[in-house]
Each structure stands twice: as structure tokens, then as C-alpha cells.
Design a protein around this ligand. Structure first.
Ligand code: NDP
Length: 412
């Protein structure tokens, strides 16, 4: 039996992981779940799956959960589940000895510490929390090496690339014979919109992704194409490639999840229905295969597969991320933090859609930058960027930013 911990269990990836794990009770045992402050959903998950541990990062919410479970008459109060509270509780469950595999599915920089903890503890690390690799790529890769962890990408594109790489590849090292990787992008909900229409896009329109059902932050990132920019940085760390060897290709159908081009001219692709349970099942069972509950792909029904170049003029976040990938050091951490603040401001209707790129650009210009010496440098760059982004929002848009939700610092 493989012991599984799911960090971010109340989110979109967390719920998909619970679904796959529950399909294989003979193989996986759910040891721990954790989230931020969704008391109701975590209580339901405790009642349904009865994990040994459950954690909420938000102390007040954890207190509410404790109350709720102690008064519950519907079986939600599981005597088998130990409740933990506070951000360090997520780090604790990531390193539990009963846990073999950790799904890192917290959104944003808030996931950095627990992801690092799982890597240091030598777990099978199923990495959905791309922001931790973007912020602290060299540190996370080093923690994986030092801890003897097995890092498996959950992002559908990186999971596809991993599947198309030679079977003996080591994460972080480019396998010989690879010319480049082709990272596919759906193009998001505004792919075919005019610049004028995009300027007035609402949060509701931005989160309505045409192919994937995802959390709100990543949905906005998909709409701005920042998601593809973050994925470019993620691909460089995972596959040991420079940004010039990662090409972004818009593929509206989201059926080809990404490709690897070899020196002999071969291009290997991984295809499938757009459902995150495929990469989750792949990473849980690798190198074996298990069922995932995903609809099998009907290529005849799909009919056609289209590809085109991204429009950098319309989606400026992509160019900003590419520049950060080239600059390296602390710039990706700065980009990521500024993006989190700007996206939250957009979702809170304090910033318009095209303002997201403008805020990020201003923050990068003003930030101190520098090299990554250690975790403190990353956390300082993260804090500085969030502060600069809030100042930029106040100066340009007259808004007062809250420090809640995904806007919370990675220190928290
Ligand atoms: P959701 O918004 O659906 O879920 C986010 C999860 O993170 C929730 O469980 C939330 O808890 C938890 N969380 C948020 N802030 C904190 C915090 N401060 N401390 C602890 N937990 C916290 O996000 P997604 O599932 O869509 O995405 C999760 C990650 O996976 C992201 O990094 C995203 O980029 C990546 N990813 C997602 C894909 C998808 O299809 N959704 C595809 C590929 C990658 P609570 O509910 O209590 O707030």
C-alpha cells in the first residue's frame, strides 16, 4: 500500500487526486489531506475518506473545523483523523513517515515550503504547484537530489513531455538527442478575441476556460498566457533545457498535451482527453499504468488538430515570463509574486485584465533582483515583489490591496 498525502485537497487538482486514489483502494491509502480555510469541504473529505491526518493552514478556520467535527452527528467527526492547524502543519504532513507520495497542489507561493519539505523527505513528489519551481527552481531541484525524492510533473504539458522523454531520463538533466520541447497552449478563453475586447474582459469571462476545469488563479493565468510562461520556466528546470529550447505552440483543442523533438527529426507527442486525472494517475503509478476514470480519446470525433504561433502582442505576460526565464536568478520569483497579486486584484475587480501585465512589468523594473543564494533570498524577493505590486496598484489604480488568499506571502 502506498501512503498518499494531498496538499491542497479542497482544490481542483486535490479533488481529482482524491478521485483517482479512491478508484484504487487496493493500492493507495490516503494518509493526510490539507488545505487553507475551506472548512466545509475539508470536513466532507474527512467524513468520506477518513484520513489519519487533516490540516488547515488558517488557524481560525482550523478552530472552526474542530468545532464542527466535535458537534457533528452525521459521522463527519472521525476519531481516526488527527487535526492539525497552521501553515507548518502542511509542511509536517508532507514529511510524515507513513506518507510515500505527496501531491503538491496548493496554489501559488504558499505551496513552496511544503513542496520543499516533501522533496527533502525523499517522497515521490507529484508536482502540480508549478509556482514553487518557478520561484525556487535551483533550491527545489537540489532538495530533490539531496533528499532522494522522485519528482514527477503533474502539469499536463510537463507530464506529457516526461512521457515522451527517454525512459531513463533524470529530471533536471537534458537527455542526449533532444533538440527541443514543444509546449502546447490552448490559448485560453481570449485566444480569438480582439485587443479591444480583451481590455474589458471580466473575471467571469477569464475563468471560463474552453477546455479545462481549474481553480480561479490558474484559469486567469491561462487567459493571460502567464500560465504558459510559468510552464516555460518549469520546463527549463524539469528537463534541464535553456529557454531557447522550449517552443510554445498554440493548440486550441488541448488534445496534444506537448511534444519532444529529437535530433533525428522525430517528434513524439502525448495525446489524451483534457482531464487532469490522466497525469495524476500516471504520476501516482509510474512506471506502471492504472485506470484514471478519464474518457478515452476519440480522434475521429475530435476531427482535427490545429497549431499556431502565440500572439505576443496580445498576451504580454508570455513575453515577460520568457524574459524572466532568460534572466534567471530571482527574477522568476519576482514575476510569480507580482502575478499573484495582480491576478487577485483582477479577480477582486480592482484591476482590469490588461493591467495584469502592466503591474508585473513595473514590479520587475523596480525590483532589486540578484542571484538565489538560499531560501531567504527567494522569500525576500517574493515579499518585495508583493509590496511593489501593491504600491503599483495603489499608485495607478487607487486600490487598497488585501493580504488574503493567493495574495498571501510565501512566508505565511
Ligand atoms: P484551486 O484554487 O482549485 O485549489 C487551491 C488549493 O490550495 C485549495 O485546496 C486551497 O485551500 C489551497 N490553498 C490556497 N492557499 C493556501 C495556503 N495559504 N495554504 C495552504 N493551502 C492553500 O487550485 P488548482 O487545484 O487549480 O491548482 C493547484 C495548483 O496546481 C496550482 O499551482 C496550479 O497552477 C496547478 N495546476 C492546476 C491545474 C488544474 O487543472 N487545476 C493544472 C496544472 C497545474 P482552500 O480551498 O482551503 O482555500
Amino acid at each position: 500500500m502506498i501512503g498518499v498525502a494531498i496538499l491542497g485537497s479542497t482544490g481542483s487538482i486535490g479533488e481529482s487526486t482524491l478521485d483517482v486514489v479512491a478508484r484504487h483502494p487496493d493500492r493507495y491509502r490516503l494518509v493526510a489531506i490539507g488545505a487553507n480555510r475551506n472548512v466545509k469541504k475539508l470536513a466532507e473529505q474527512i467524513a468520506r475518506y477518513r484520513p489519519a491526518y487533516a490540516a488547515l493552514a488558517d488557524e481560525a478556520a482550523a478552530g472552526e473545523l474542530r468545532q464542527l467535527l466535535s458537534h457533528s452527528t452525521n459521522g463527519a467527526a472521525s476519531p481516526h483523523t488527527r487535526l492539525l492547524a497552521g501553515a507548518e502543519a502542511l509542511t509536517e504532513i508532507a514529511a510524515l513517515s507513513e506518507v510515500d507520495a505527496v501531491m503538491a497542489a496548493i496554489v501559488g507561493g504558499a505551496g513552496l515550503r511544503s513542496t520543499l519539505a516533501a522533496a527533502r523527505a525523499g517522497k515521490r513528489l507529484l508536482l502540480a504547484n508549478k509556482e514553487s519551481l518557478v520561484m525556487a527552481g535551483p533550491l527545489l531541484m537540489e532538495a530533490v537530489r539531496a533528499g532522494g525524492a522522485t519528482l514527477l510533473p503533474i502539469d499536463s504539458e510537463h507530464n506529457a513531455i516526461f512521457q515522451c522523454m527517454p525512459h531513463n531520463m533524470r529530471v533536471g538533466t537534458a537527455p542526449p538527442g533532444v533538440r527541443r520541447v514543444l509546449l502546447t497552449a490552448s490559448g485560453g478563453p481570449f485566444r480569438d478575441w480582439t485587443r479591444e475586447a480583451i481590455a474589458t474582459a471580466t473575471p467571469e469571462q477569464a475563468v471560463a476556460h474552453p477546455n479545462w476545469v481549474m481553480g480561479r488563479k490558474i484559469s486567469v493565468d491561462s487567459a493571460t498566457l502567464m500560465n504558459k510562461g510559468l510552464e516555460l520556466i518549469e520546463a527549463c528546470f524539469l528537463f534541464g533545457l535553456p529557454p531557447t529550447q522550449v517552443e510554445i505552440v498554440v493548440h486550441p483543442q488541448s488534445i496534444v498535451h506537448s511534444m519532444v523533438e529529437y535530433l533525428d527529426g522525430s517528434v513524439l507527442a502525448q495525446l489524451g482527453s483534457p482531464d487532469m486525472r490522466t497525469p495524476i494517475a500516471h504520476a501516482l503509478a509510474w512506471p506502471e499504468r492504472i485506470s484514471s476514470g478519464v474518457d478515452f480519446l476519440d480522434l475521429v470525433r475530435a476531427g482535427r488538430l490545429d497549431f499556431r504561433a502565440p500572439d505576443y502582442g496580445k498576451f504580454r505576460c508570455l513575453g515577460l515570463a520568457q524574459a524572466a526565464a532568460r534572466a534567471g536568478g530571482l527574477q522568476p520569483a519576482t514575476l510569480n509574486a507580482a502575478n499573484e497579486v495582480a491576478v487577485q486584484a483582477f479577480l477582486d475587480r480592482q484591476l482590469n485584465f490588461i493591467g495584469i501585465a502592466a503591474v508585473i512589468e513595473a514590479v520587475i523594473t523596480k525590483s532589486t533582483g540578484g542571484k538565489i543564494g538560499g531560501l531567504d533570498d527567494v522569500l525576500a524577493a517574493d515579499s518585495e515583489a508583493r509590496q511593489l505590486a501593491r504600491e503599483q496598484l495603489r499608485a495607478s489604480y487607487g486600490t487598497r490591496m488585501a493580504t488574503s488568499g493567493v495574495v498571501r506571502d510565501a512566508h505565511a
